[in-house]
Each structure stands twice: as C-alpha cells, then as structure tokens.
Ligand binder design. Structure first.
Ligand code: SF4
Length: 291
C-alpha cells in the first residue's frame, strides 16, 4: 500500500496491546455514540491511547468538506447536519473517562455559515459546566479565516489552541489544496497576540519535504507565536491517498527535535508515531495529566 517509500521499516511496526481498559474506552465511546479522530483518521496509536483511557473527540460528524490527500476522514460537499446533542454527549464522556486533559478536534465544515464555531463553543462550555477542572485543547480547522468564527472559539480561552500547518508550503497544492499556509500561520498569531493563548501546531514528514524546508517552517511557526510543535511520520491510509515519499529514521526525528528546540519551542514531540494529540497532556503544564 505504501508505494513510494517501499516496505515499512521495523520502527513503524505497531505493537498491539489491547486489554480490558481498551475495551472499556471503546464501549464508553460507542455508548455515547461519539466520534473520534483516532478511529476516523486510522491513527496508529489507537491501541495505546485507548488502553490508557484517552481519545481525541471529533466534533461536527465524520464527513469533511475538504479533500486533503493525506487524510482518511470521509469527504463530501454536504455532510449531515451536526448533532445538537453532541456537546453534552462529549461532556458526559469526558466526565466518565475522568480525563484531566481533553483534546477536541473537528472535521472542516465549510458548508456551515460559521464553520461550526458555535458548536465548538457549546462543546467547550458543556465540558466545563460538569468538569470545570479539565483542561481543554482545541485542534481547530481554519474556519476559512473567518475572524468572527475564530474569535468565538478563542474567546473561550482553551488551555491549548492547536492548529496544524501539516506540511511545508511547497507541498500545499499536493497535500491540502484548499488550505493556505499563510492563513494557518496568521491563525496561530491571532491566538497568541489577540487572545494570549498557548499555541501548538504540527507537521507530518515523509511527504517529499526537505530538512531545510522543515527548518524554515519551524522558524515561521516561532515568528507567529507558536509555543509547541509535534512532528510525525506521514502514513498512507489507503491506496487512494498520497503515497509516502520516504520513511524518516528515528535519528532524523531526533535531529528535528533538536532543530525545533533550537528554534525556540517550549515543547517539542518528534518521532515516527507522534500525532498532534499524542500524549497531549504531557505538553501542558499539568504534569499529573493522564492523557
Ligand atoms: S494520538 Fe491522538 S488521534 Fe491518535 S489514538 Fe491517540 S488520542 Fe487518538
């Protein structure tokens, strides 16, 4: 399946370790009829994260209005209307899972007048209403640079505002043709400068980028007020998606980590299986977090 780069190297072999805690997480998510990006994006860390009792909630359904070529999430121009009960269901699940740090993300909903921003706000408020101690990380879409929509979510002051640039600018047309690199940087800058939020972004590597391009993007993120960064290997979800150009070695991931730390990031995660929500709680100031 991974045509461009050939056979998967040993360091990308996943150790499957599911047990009672994995089943409990799955049952709870199913009981609340909740969607997760863990499942929708076919995340390689699903077994590990669910066994640890954590997950990343996917808001606004499972169908995205964009056609990014790396992403396994389903796509259509007119997805179903969002479930108005979803905010409450997510809040109840977070309470049941006893999460100290909750990570939310959503499909991109360019079909909605506000991109789904009000639904995001309702979800954040529902969570805090019943679990006020939980810290919330919002991995948001770009809301088509709609400032009102961005401000709606940012005004809720999530403990972490995450928005992925995903790749270097030279690959945008190939990887995420409906997105805009500069707009993503400006979103992060808005979160920092106008709302004083802790900001985070992420990059996939192995798509044809060079180390020099990664270095430039890391500097771009720093100049736009980004505090934390994640760097992980792109994996092709199916034969219909972009092939992997190259498997980045663990040593190269170490070099990217050193590069990012030298650029000035407060927290860096860099490794083959790193995803933007992987061990997300460990990147915040609450060292007791389980997520
Ligand atoms: S890394 Fe994030 S998306 Fe992947 S399984 Fe863990 S919580 Fe889910």
């Amino acid at each position: 399946m991974e045509r461009g780069a050939g056979k998967k190297p040993d360091w990308l072999k996943i150790r499957l370790t599911s047990g009672a805690s994995f089943a409990a997480t799955r049952q709870l998510l199913d009981r609340h009829s909740l969607h997760t990006v863990c499942r929708s994006a076919m995340c390689p860390n699903l077994q590990e994260c669910w066994t640890r009792g954590t997950a990343t909630f996917l808001l606004l359904g499972t169908v995205c209005t964009r056609s990014c070529r790396f992403c396994a999430v389903g796509k259509a121009a007119n997805p179903p209307v969002p479930d108005p009960l979803e905010p409450e269901k997510i809040a109840l699940a977070i309470q049941s899972m006893r999460l100290k740090h909750a990570v939310l993300t959503s499909v991109t909903r360019d079909d909605l007048h506000d991109g789904g921003a009000e639904h995001w706000v309702e979800t954040i408020r529902a969570i805090r209403a019943i679990t006020p101690s939980v810290t919330i990380e919002c991995l948001i879409p770009d809301f088509q640079s709609n400032e009102r929509a961005l401000d709606l979510v940012m005004t809720e002051a999530p403990e972490v505002l995450n928005h992925n640039i995903e790749t270097v600018p030279s690959l945008y047309m190939k990887v995420r043709p409906q997105a805009n690199y500069t707009a993503s940087l400006q979103l992060l800058q808005r979160a920092k400068q106008q709302h004083g939020l802790t900001t985070k972004s992420g990059l996939m590597v192995g798509m044809g980028e060079t180390a020099e391009e990664i270095s430039i993007s890391l500097d771009d993120l720093i100049r736009h007020g980004c505090d934390m960064v994640t760097i992980g290997q792109y994996l092709q979800p199916s034969a219909l998606h972009l092939p992997v150009e190259r498997y980045i070695t663990p040593d190269e991931f170490d070099r990217y980590r050193i590069m990012a730390e030298a650029a000035g990031f407060q927290h860096v995660q860099s490794g083959p299986f790193v995803r933007s929500s992987y061990h997300a709680g460990a990147l915040t100031s609450n060292t007791e977090m389980i997520c």
